[in-house]
Write a protein that binds this ligand. Structure first.
Ligand SMILES: C[S@@+](CC[C@H](N)C(=O)[O-])C[C@H]1O[C@@H](n2cnc3c(N)ncnc32)[C@H](O)[C@@H]1O
Length: 358
């Protein structure tokens, strides 16, 4: 058996991106060696890139907070100008959404070295034809690698002088009184999701019914663009609101949405998995519009870690308001994990429930 190497920890897409980047950089004379390289991916890919290029590595990992320790020779960044300024190579995994690809492409074209080479890969089943077009908006040269282990890389170079406009973008939508700000990879973008709308429709009456103290703590768990958090901060001026999500794009969007609505001083944002770090039994109300699919796969119990998180952080007697697709039948799990659960509203598409924490 051969010795373990850091590349063993990489997904087939990350490994393909790394190999393609090495080969193509070598073909242009090893330009990226000893310079700065931006990595879109996890710590294992960042460490592998550092090992192969001996370059200083800046890494953006959507699901790891920026303050988390990075591998040697690597520094964590948000998806911002500092991540890519002056880099000659961007290597990593493609975001799952077209807008996510658009955001990275525009950022790189705007701030990287004009000779930058971009090598981003994905599983073939996650690739969409439109991703090439998104890259073409910001780069004159775009091509695809050959497939390997069911993964494929998209390669871009020659940034355009007027790339795709910057993110986060913001828009007044869905009859809200404040604009929604959104990075490319965030759920629903600058639109108001119809599930979120279903929860907003019942929220004033439910917050009244919760008979809250003067300064309640409310958590928007899995906050996306922060619509529920910001709406609540405006509706309950005495409340402390926490908007939390495991995605950097979500938390950063929520922070901007709060700023645009003038409530940034009362909406704290926390980048964490399942609200980690929010103390047990410290919260009066949790608002939850949980995920129900991973990429294209619909997974019934995907919301359960968030139900457990809500049950953990709510004080006894605290309220969890959940909206979900009616076919999911989450009520039994909510009863079991959080406490007595009743139906607040139901349409063929969406159900809203109220659970009272034990
Ligand atoms: C259906 S979206 C709802 C977003 C927002 N609350 C709204 O109503 O527009 C679900 C959100 O949960 C987040 N999420 C999924 N799993 C999570 C986890 N384990 N911890 C924190 N957030 C999570 C996703 O990143 C996504 O932003």
């Amino acid at each position: 058996m051969g010795a373990w190497s850091v590349t063993d920890a990489l997904s087939p897409a990350a490994r393909l991106a790394l190999d393609e980047a090495l080969e193509r950089d070598m073909a242009r004379g090893g330009f990226a060696r000893n310079g700065a390289v931006a990595v879109i991916g996890d710590g294992a890919l960042a460490a592998a890139v550092h090992g192969r290029f001996a370059a200083s590595v800046r890494v953006f990992d959507e699901h790891t907070p920026v303050h988390t320790i990075a591998p040697d020779g690597c520094a964590r960044h948000g998806l911002d100008a500092e991540l890519v300024s002056g880099v000659t190579l961007v290597v990593g995994e493609l975001p799952r959404t077209l807008a996510g690809v658009d955001e990275i492409a525009g950022l790189v074209a705007r701030f990287a070295d004009p000779d930058v080479l971009v090598v981003l890969a994905a599983r073939e089943k996650d690739l969409e034809r439109g991703m090439n077009d998104q890259l073409r908006d910001s780069f004159a040269e775009v091509s695809a690698s050959r497939g390997r282990h069911k993964a494929r890389a998209l390669i871009a170079s020659s940034p355009r002088p007027a790339p795709s406009p910057p993110y986060p973008r913001s828009e007044l939508a869905g009859g809200l009184e404040f604009p929604i700000a959104a990075h490319g990879a965030v759920f629903a973008g600058t639109r108001l999701d119809i599930g979120t709308r279903a929860l907003l429709d019942v929220l004033p009456a439910q917050l009244d019914a919760a008979a809250l103290a003067a300064h309640p703590t409310v958590v928007d768990l899995g906050c996306g663009t922060g619509v529920l958090a910001v709406w609540t901060a405006r509706h309950l001026p005495g409340a402390r609101v926490i908007a939390t999500d495991r995605s950097w794009s979500a938390v950063s969007s929520a922070s901007r949405t709060a700023q645009l609505a003038g409530v940034a001083d009362r909406v704290d944002t926390v980048h964490a998995d399942a609200g980690e770090g929010i103390p047990d039994r410290s919260v009066d109300v949790v608002l939850l519009n949980p995920p129900f699919h991973d990429g294209r796969a619909v997974i019934d119990d995907m919301a359960h870690p968030l139900f457990r998180a809500a049950g953990r952080m709510l004080r006894p007697g605290g309220t969890l308001l959940t909206v979900y697709n009616s076919h999911l039948k989450h009520r039994g799990a909510l009863e079991r994990i959080v406490g007595p659960t009743s139906q607040v509203s139901r349409t063929p598409k969406f159900t809203v429930t109220r659970s009272i924490a034990r």
